[in-house]
Design a protein around this ligand. Structure first.
Ligand SMILES: Nc1ncnc2c1ncn2[C@@H]1O[C@H](COP(=O)(O)OP(=O)(O)O)[C@@H](O)[C@H]1O
Ligand SMILES: [Mg+2]
Length: 320
């Protein structure tokens, strides 16, 4: 369900006749629901918003044609850069993408183009998908996530036609386009029965990326960089390598997620030890588990013993 704050904000924006604010909030509720796994509800909310906006001649979050509908998810993310916990080096690289996009005209006047084809590589739960959301939010662009595994069909002709449609869109409609789980086609082809087929699909995608001259940002994400072809890396303006959080990143992440639930003192030594070798996503989960336990126990803050326990639970699940 929408949070109390979202409901109050919705009512306020409605009563003050602020339509744009109302639409934005409604889309935030949709994004929130989608995150909770309520895809159908999120879809319905977006439909209602789109329909009303269209009726008033406003901007519509672009919808993909029917053939692509099941393969592309559209959203207007609201994830701020400040929520993303990365090493200084990586943060600087993300910032550079944002800055070059914002200053593309100035770069163009010097015959240069902004970096806008990026590959994000690294283990699951380290913030690759989140980075695509942050990019979309910071650049005020819609995010279109292409589900690569669904794109690949048995028939090369069909896959090519779908790719062509997607890249036509990329040119026509500026946005952040995320090819998530890229390895679905870039993966170890020796494991595949139909090696030639996969290679053709991968090459077709690479060619489309290489030939793309749009203003959109194209993001590829993969958990399996080792399996990817060297040729793949060359088509991108930038390759960002994500990794499990170091000790200082873990501390920042825990502080962020606990937020108002952080106790006055934290037994950092034990907490940081318990969070060792966990991904950002696992730590995020463990913090939320600890918050829930504290709420149910009528405590105002999370104590370190509880947090250490939920972190250890995650690391056991993770090792199994
Ligand atoms: N670097 C990060 N900083 C803050 N939160 C993160 C980070 N990485 C992951 N998370 C949390 O875990 C969730 C899942 O991460 P995600 O971006 O989907 O990981 P990936 O795409 O690398 O598998 C995010 O929505 C966020 O709540
Ligand atoms: Mg992901």
């Amino acid at each position: 369900m929408a949070t109390a704050d979202q409901l109050k904000a919705l009512i306020r924006s409605h009563l003050s006749d602020n339509d744009e604010r109302f639409y934005t909030l409604a889309l935030q509720v949709a994004a929130h629901e989608a995150q909770q796994g309520h895809g159908a509800l999120a879809h319905e909310i977006r439909e209602i918003v789109d329909k009303s906006r269209r009726a008033r001649g406003g901007n519509v979050l672009l919808k993909f044609p029917q053939e692509l509908a099941g393969m592309v998810i559209s959203e207007n993310p609201t994830t701020p850069l400040s929520a993303l916990v990365l090493s200084e080096k990586l943060k600087e690289r993300v910032n550079r993408i944002i800055q070059e996009y914002r200053e593309q005209e100035r770069l163009k006047s010097h015959g240069l183009s902004n970096r806008r084809k990026v590959l994000l590589a690294g283990p699951p739960g380290t913030g690759k998908t989140m980075t695509a959301r942050v990019l979309a939010h910071e650049l005020r662009l819609p995010l279109y996530t292409i589900q690569v595994d669904k794109l690949v069909t048995k028939f090369m002709g069909e896959t090519s036609a779908k790719l062509r449609q997607i890249f036509d869109r990329i040119r026509e409609e500026v946005g952040v386009y995320l090819f998530d789980e890229f390895d679905a086609i870039g993966g170890d082809r020796s494991l595949d029965n139909d090696v030639g087929e996969m290679r053709r699909v991968l090459n077709a995608l690479l060619q489309f990326i290489e030939q793309d001259v749009s203003e959109s940002v194209i993001v590829g994400a993969t958990n399996n960089p080792i399996l990817l072809d060297k040729a793949l890396f060359r088509r991108f303006d930038d390759v960002l390598t994500f990794s499990l959080p170091e000790v200082d990143a873990r501390r920042r992440l825990i502080e962020n997620v606990l937020n108002g639930f952080k106790g006055r003192t934290v037994a950092w030594k034990a907490v940081l030890k318990a969070s060792e070798s966990l991904s950002h996503a696992e730590i995020d989960h463990a913090c939320r588990d600890a918050i829930k336990l504290s709420i149910l126990a009528h405590r105002k803050t999370v104590d370190s013993a509880t947090l250490t326990k939920t972190l250890e639970e995650r690391s056991h699940t993770h090792r199994r």
